[in-house]
Design a protein around this ligand. Structure first.
Ligand code: FAQ
Length: 316
């Protein structure tokens, strides 16, 4: 019987992708596909977990019991998303320990957006509305990606992100109906979070080294710039609806393309943040390292419990 060569396997793999078939953990896949997915999915999981920090910062200061309950639920959801995506990544034969080590050593990235500080309550609104809004646009596309476990994780996560998005918008809409100080606080928050939210979609297409490969394998279904444009087009009318001004002097609706033209993104700022030099990079990693150390006893206890359980099973 003919044993397929590496080349033949890759050709068949690409044909499966082109036919729109889903790739599952036990299927053959090129090593590069596996590596790219581990990189992207683990970074995504890290983003969810590190993303709990800026919002967690406001749980004790939420302005009412209702706001506090909603924020607590949201932050817990993000932790759950992280665990869910870590599990999905483990199906690619990488251990949780390895992924966490890569985060804590600074080898693996997490989203640039979580290196900005939450200075006011309005920032909690901006994160829900803009950051979760951007995440939804990106993740709705990823829900149609070629890797089964990632695609299915995204379907569930997007449902929860929609709730996050609405609660964020409601916070800002409420502030915009408030006193002049509250309106100013909401606008200030919009001014600080708008551009970093656009950067969440990654570098412009011409400078995105991974996009070509990821799009050929249908991991990415749309380019960074296309998703960014989709986010802008749906978010600008929402801002106008509650009286917020988008901080972009060049923003203008183009009736021919039916899209908003927008100003130049400060890519120097983006690269500075992803290199580790943003306002909160060091603080975020320090918090994660401490949390990991403080959680050591939980991991040890869980392992001891699992070992005991196994012993009992064997004895029975
Ligand atoms: N931040 O070649 P590309 C959320 C890196 S979830 C940091 O275009 P790619 C929920 C990129 O890794 C938010 N690094 O890369 C929530 C690469 O470096 P590498 C997270 C970035 O992978 C809400 C290099 O630049 N979502 O927010 C960023 O094709 C509220 C070249 O870039 C995901 O991770 C960035 N923004 O496209 C939680 C979604 N952009 O790895 C709490 C999954 C680029 O080669 C509260 N990921 N880089 O060293 C993706 O869709 C893609 O990975 C992109 C980047 C679009 C982020």
């Amino acid at each position: 019987m003919h044993t397929p060569t590496e080349q033949e396997r890759e050709t068949e793999f690409q044909a499966r992708i082109d036919r729109g078939e889903m790739i599952e953990p036990k299927d053959w896949m090129p090593e590069r596909y596996r590596k790219q997915l581990i990189r992207m999915m683990s970074q995504h999981a890290h983003s969810e977990v590190v993303g709990m920090l800026p919002e967690g910062n406001w749980i004790t200061r939420a302005p009412s019991l209702r706001r506090k309950a909603v924020l607590l639920a949201k932050v817990q959801d993000e932790g759950g998303h992280g665990l869910y995506i870590y599990c999905g990544t483990e199906t690619l034969d990488v251990s949780r320990e390895q992924m966490i080590d890569d985060l804590l050593s600074g080898k693996a990235k997490y989203s640039s957006i979580f290196n900005y500080p939450t200075q006011t309550w309005a920032d909690i609104g901006a994160i829900g509305w803009l950051v979760d809004g951007a995440a939804i646009v990106n993740q709705t596309a990823l829900a149609k990606c070629s890797y089964g476990p990632y695609s299915r994780a995204m379907v569930r996560i997007c449902k929860e992100e929609n709730f996050h998005h609405k609660q964020g918008y409601e916070i800002l809409a409420t502030l915009m109906k408030g006193t002049p100080e509250q309106r100013a606080m909401a606008q200030d928050s919009m001014n600080r979070w708008w551009w970093p939210s656009l950067m969440m979609f990654g570098p412009s297409d011409k400078d995105s080294p991974n996009s070509g490969e990821l799009m050929r394998w249908k991991v990415k279904r749309h380019s960074n710039d296309d998703l960014r444009q989709r986010f802008i087009d749906r978010t600008v009318p929402q801002a106008e609806n509650i009286g917020l001004k988008v901080p972009d002097a060049d923003l203008k609706f183009n009736p021919e393309t039916k899209h908003y033209n927008h100003g130049e993104i400060d890519w120097a700022e983006f690269y500075n943040v992803i290199k580790g030099n943003g306002i909160c990079n060091r603080e975020r990693l320090k918090a994660r390292r401490e949390a990991h150390q403080q959680g050591a006893w939980v991991r040890e206890a869980a392992e001891a419990f699992a070992a005991k359980h196994k012993e009992n099973m064997i004895a029975a």
